[in-house]
Structures are given as C-alpha cells and as structure tokens.
Write a protein that binds this ligand. Structure first.
Ligand SMILES: [Mn+2]
Length: 452
C-alpha cells in the first residue's frame, strides 16, 4: 500500500521534472518562491542547485508566508515558470492564474485544490496521495523528487537536511525520506554510522557541544553551560577541550556516562561524505540553516546551500552561536521564572522581542528537558500590539492520551475572531489581546475534554 502511494507521488514529481526540463531547454529563468525556515531554505537550495548544474538561471525570493500581497506581486511578473517550495498548496487556484506555468512542491495539509484540472500547473504534495507530510517527507524532499530524474543524487543530503529542520527523522527516517536516504547512500553521497549524537562534536569545546545538544535531550546538560561543565568535571574531563582531543579511555568514559543520562545519545548519524565539518553531519548542517532562518538571515543560509564555504559559512556559524546563546538564555529564564500553571495547561509569556520569536522552540525544549511539566501542554504568549500570538506545544505522551493542540487552537481562536491551527503536538493561534484570559480558560477546558 505504502509502496503504491510513493509510486503515485514519484510519478507526479516526474511530471513536474519534465515541465522543469522543458523550460530549462528554452533557457527560461526559474522563478523560485520558498519559505524562510530550514526546510524552505534547503528546498530552495535543492531546486537552485539542480538548475545551476544545467547552466540554467533562477531568481529566488524567500518569504515568511505566502500571503495575498506576495501572490499579487507575482501576478505582475512575466516569468515562464514559477516554482513554489514549502508553500502553495493552499493557493492552487490563485497560482493557476499566474502568467506562466507553475510547480508546487509542498508538504502541508492545507490543500485548496488538487490542481489536476489546470494545464499550466503541477501540484506535488504527499497529502494528495494519502501520505503524511509531517513525517514522511518535507518540502526539500518533495523538491528533490521534482528534480530527481535530472540525475541529482548529490542533492539527497540537502533534501534530508530540510527534513531534519522540520523535525523529521531525528529518530530515524521513514517513508519517502527513507527512500531518499537509501538513494543517497547507494550513490555514495551519504554515509550512516553509529556515534554519539552530539552537536558540533568535532568543532566545539566539549561543554558547548554538550549544551548545544537538544536531540536527544540530556537533562541537566542540554541548554545548560554550567550543567555541562559540572558533568564533565565530575568525570575528571577538562571541559574546554574538543572531543577529538580526548584520550581513547576518556572517550569511552564519556560515552558510558552519557548513555546513562539518555541511551538515545548513541544512534545513527547521517553525514555527507564530500562535506567537511561543520556541515558534514546533516543535523549540524540543518542547525546552521535553521539559525540563519530564525535570525532572519535566510540569504546567508541559501548561500551556504549554494556552496559558499567562505564568507557565508563564517557568517552562518556566527548566527548559529548567537542563536544558541539566545536559546540558552531563554531556557535559563524559564528555569528561573517557571510557567503559570492552570489546571490542564501552563502558560509562559514575554514582552522581550528577541525572545518572542523563539518561544515555540523554548517550549518544546523545556518540555523535553523536564524544565516544564510534561503533563500539561504549554501555551507561549507574545503580545503584538492589539493581538497576542500563541504557540502551543506538548509531548507525544500527551497526544497519545488524546491532546490535539491543532484542533484546540483552531476552535478556541474562532470563538474570539482569531485564527489558528497546526499539528496535534505543535500549533499556533493569533487572537485579540483583550480576549486572552477567556481564550486560556477555553483551551484549558478543551484539553480537559480531550484527555477525558
Ligand atoms: Mn516545511
């Protein structure tokens, strides 16, 4: 059954590839529009690299979301081929009215139309074929499928980098991602080996590598520089040196002790053979691109994807460090302040502008690390003028007990003329600030009903 679904998706992607090829043969510029997160930036990297390899030209714009004004601007452009990554499925009809042909490579569930009835458009999305776009494949993977028959196995790594950015595959790839991984491995592009899953294992001093590791979560160590230093000191290891400079016996001790903290720290690592650290491991690559996106420097991320290993990579690393510092201080703040617990949910709110943009991440990591009560879904609240932006996060254990935050955000926000939605485990909403207290009470009540 699964094979069959994949087959349908792959042949739809093949159609997209033929359309792309037709335009490349005519020397048309490919107009790429993609999303500003790690998955979207990687997806743009995939299509642009594939076009460049065939000496084609592209024009990329990275946007936070595909809104009416973006489509309005595009409707005046005279490109012959538009290529939408990580967005577009919710606007099939409007995209069909653009002046040129379009390819939509998306993986979101919001599907406006299949697109089958439009001659100038090819819509590639796993949800059209009954697959799960939150776990089986991300936009960078869908985009890879759309250039796959132009022979681009070297882009399999980038396809999976985006998937990791969308929290797919941290505990092993599945579905289409698994197919892409196999293809990359067979082509000698990707290697898989068992190792400690520490962030920037080869580049950063040990205590930093430990505190930058959030997947898997290492309680007392992840996101905690002092905790990491203390942990290493207790083992008699000097915390300032790099992993590779440890003696073999010391490496063994560290491995043993880390496994005691979380056995998942030892697991499969995916690496691109042709890359040097810090981009060699796909998870590290993804963290750098993610930091570029989160700090709104997506051009830096895209330049790295396009092969800049000098200025852009250096800047990307600076952004990563700044972003990690922001995360660490955010976690420190949560540890100190805690959350406001209600009966079934808990809330954290901030006025700090920089912190507001990473609240969702802080909530997820806070739950993983046990800094926040895992039994209560978290709502983070960030006031923006008259409105308040809400990010909601919970754990797989709670979704198994019935919690569905996407549903709660959607239904509760509608009561206050707001908008919301998302996945069961991670969702968001925007509502008028004046209704916040009532909104919180309503969500608390909804979660109670969901787990009852
Ligand atoms: Mn995505």
């Amino acid at each position: 059954m699964n094979q069959k679904r994949q087959h349908y998706l792959l042949s739809r992607a093949e159609e997209a590839c033929q359309l792309l090829e037709k335009h490349l043969e005519r020397d048309h510029v490919v107009r790429v529009i993609s999303h500003n997160d790690a998955d979207g930036i990687s997806a743009a990297g995939v299509i642009c690299n594939a076009v460049a390899k065939r000496n084609g030209k592209f024009h990329v714009t990275i946007v936070p979301r595909l809104k009416g004004d973006v489509l309005e601007r595009l409707s005046h452009e005279k490109y012959k081929l538009f290529f939408f990554c990580d967005m577009g499925s919710a606007y099939v009809e409007r995209i069909s009215k653009l002046r040129g042909d379009s390819i939509i490579a998306d993986h979101h569930q919001t599907i406006d139309a299949t697109g089958d009835n439009y001659e100038n458009l090819i819509h590639v999305n796993p949800h059209l074929f009954g697959m799960d776009g939150t776990r089986d494949v991300s936009a960078s993977g869908v985009t890879y499928l759309a250039v796959r028959s132009l022979d681009n196995p070297e882009l399999t790594g980038m396809a999976l980098t985006g998937a990791l950015g969308d929290i797919q595959g941290q505990n092993g790839f599945q579905g289409v991602n698994q197919t892409i991984l196999k293809e990359g491995e067979d082509a000698g592009v990707i290697e898989i080996y068992e190792d400690l899953k520490l962030a920037y294992k080869e580049e950063e001093p040990l205590y930093k590598a430990l505190s930058y590791t959030f997947n898997p979560a290492l309680p007392g160590i992840s996101g905690d520089l002092e905790g990491s230093q203390g942990f290493l000191e207790k083992l008699g290891l000097s915390y300032g040196i790099k992993f590779r400079d440890l003696a073999n016996e010391e490496k063994d001790v560290l491995r043993e002790e880390l496994v005691k903290v979380n056995p998942q720290i030892l697991g499969p690592v995916y690496a691109q053979k042709s890359e040097k650290p810090p981009l060699r491991r796909l998870e590290d690559y993804s963290r750098i691109i993610d930091a570029c996106g989160k700090t709104k420097q997506h051009t830096v991320g895209l330049s790295i994807c396009l092969g800049d290993r000098d200025a852009a990579l250096k800047e990307g690393m600076d952004l990563l460090h700044r972003y990690q510092d922001r995360l660490l201080s955010g976690l420190e703040w949560i540890r100190k302040e805690g959350s406001q617990e209600m009966e079934y949910i808990q809330c954290i709110s901030t006025e700090d502008k920089k912190r507001q943009s990473i609240m969702g991440t802080l909530a997820s990591v806070g739950l993983d690390l046990g800094i926040l009560n895992k039994e209560k879904p978290v709502l983070t609240l960030a006031r923006l003028h008259e409105d308040v932006k809400i990010s909601a996060r919970t754990t797989p254990e709670m979704t198994a007990r019935g919690v569905n935050l996407g549903l709660a955000m959607d239904q509760a926000s509608k009561n206050f003329h707001g908008a919301g939605g998302g996945h069961n485990i991670a969702a968001g909403a925007m509502i008028p600030y004046k209704d916040l207290e009532n909104f919180k009470n309503l969500v608390d009540e909804m979660v109670r009903t969901q787990i009852a």
